[in-house]
Design a protein around this ligand. Structure first.
Ligand code: PLP
Length: 394
């Protein structure tokens, strides 16, 4: 018999009753787990962060939804903060990453159809990308594991290898409208390009009159040690999709764009019933309060560099278990020699929560609030599990 919850996930046999900072506590035995998954890069402030709890609780007691039929001052203020701290001039709020990418795709099509080049509607995307599970975002990523049986696919996406500017340039036609890329590919295996790639994307977009659309759903909001991953390349994109960490666990997504890129978006052209409601805005304000506090991003960068140094040591000590690490900031992946799913299970049994990605990678996505002691605890578990693996002969 089909379970009451539609069986679309392969869930681990565990549930949690509550969380405390970087730890989750299970419902059965009250065991504490160090959470280096953070709801897949969502719980940016960890669990039950006092400022987030206070802001959300205060808002819930007052008002949490009115709809975009009316002004929402908290939404206007959040948009202003995002504009102040990014390349963007304007922001559209929705509820998830896929919806943000989908909104960006619509904005790109309108940009050209409202301008002089309505023939430009195709978007160049990258192999091994992930942009969500709606029909257009599936079509953008073209991953057969996700698209099989869901055809026909939405047209308008041309795919090239990630990190290769020559192939990207060769794929541009008079119908090309934009380039859509994750600055660091998350689900695809924490694939991290060099900085020149981001700069090359910007230069290519400028040369051919294309919009540069970055999917920062996973890499944004401090995850890489800067507020936005594009900052590492010293470039400014035209459109960026964000979600995950910006709400700290309350569903929120956003499309950020320059005034020029958003020129086609006028009243009635796009919308979302829940997008930008007071509850989601309170959570995002709380996340930004912490992230933008003096020194917080530098602290992420410092902890991340220490973690990366220790991952170097781990890989060197266990070459039969881990091949290498990759990623940026606290968006890190260990490419495993052993099966990544089995490694994730053994780590969970040892008290460390992680999440897998493609290419046999195990992702480490801790809350951005982790401290040195948490890094040391995670490394001790990783080292122990890897040693046990080798000593049992797998
Ligand atoms: N884009 C990227 C880069 C992602 O990592 C994800 C989710 O993992 C999405 C889009 C889709 O986000 P959501 O699951 O919130 O729709």
């Amino acid at each position: 018999m089909i379970p009451a919850v539609m069986p679309t996930y392969a869930r681990a046999d565990i549930a949690f009753s509550h969380g405390e900072g970087v730890y989750l506590i299970d419902s059965d035995e009250g065991r504490r787990y160090l959470d280096f998954c953070a709801g897949i890069a969502v719980n940016s402030l960890g669990h039950a962060h006092p400022h987030l709890v206070e802001m959300v609780t205060q808002q819930v007691a007052k008002l949490w939804h009115t709809s975009n039929l009316y002004h929402i001052p908290e939404q206007e203020r959040l948009a202003e903060r995002l504009v102040e701290h990014s390349f963007a001039d304007t922001v559209f709020f929705c509820n998830s990453g896929a919806e943000a990418v989908e909104g960006g795709i619509k904005l790109i099509r309108r940009y050209h159809s409202a301008g002089e080049s309505p023939e430009r509607w195709r978007i160049i995307t990258c192999a091994d990308s992930f942009h969500g599970r709606t029909l257009a975002t599936l079509a953008a990523a073209k991953n057969p594991k996700h698209t099989d049986g869901f055809g026909p696919m939405t047209d308008g996406f041309d795919q090239v290898p990630f990190g290769n500017l020559n192939e990207l340039r060769a794929a541009i036609t008079p119908e090309t409208a934009a380039i859509l890329v994750e600055p660091v590919q998350g689900e695809g295996g924490m694939n991290t390009p060099d900085i020149q790639y981001l700069q090359g994307l910007r230069a290519t977009a400028d040369e051919f009159g294309l919009l540069l659309f970055l999917d920062e759903v996973q890499s944004g909001v401090g995850r890489t040690g800067k507020l936005w991953a594009y900052e590492w390349g010293g470039i400014e994109p035209d459109v960026v999709a964000i979600a995950k960490g910006i709400g700290g666990g309350i569903p929120i997504g956003a499309v950020m764009a320059t005034e020029e890129a958003a020129r086609g978006m006028t009243a009635g052209l796009h919308g979302s019933t829940f997008g930008g409601n007071q509850l989601a805005m309170a959570a995002s304000h709380a996340v930004l309060d912490i992230l933008l506090a003096d020194g917080f991003l530098d602290q992420i960068d410092a902890v991340a560099r220490d973690l990366q140094l220790k991952l170097d040591g781990l890989v060197k000590s266990h070459p039969d278990v881990f091949e290498c690490w990759r990623g940026m900031g606290l968006m890190l992946g260990l490419k495993c020699v052993v099966p990544n799913l089995e490694m994730m299970t053994r780590l969970r049994e040892a008290g460390l929560l992680t999440v897998v990605a493609a290419d046999n990678v195990l992702r480490l996505l801790p809350p951005l609030t982790i401290e040195q002691a948490h890094v040391d605890e995670a490394m001790a578990i990783l080292d122990r599990v890897a040693s046990e693996w080798t000593s049992d002969g797998g």
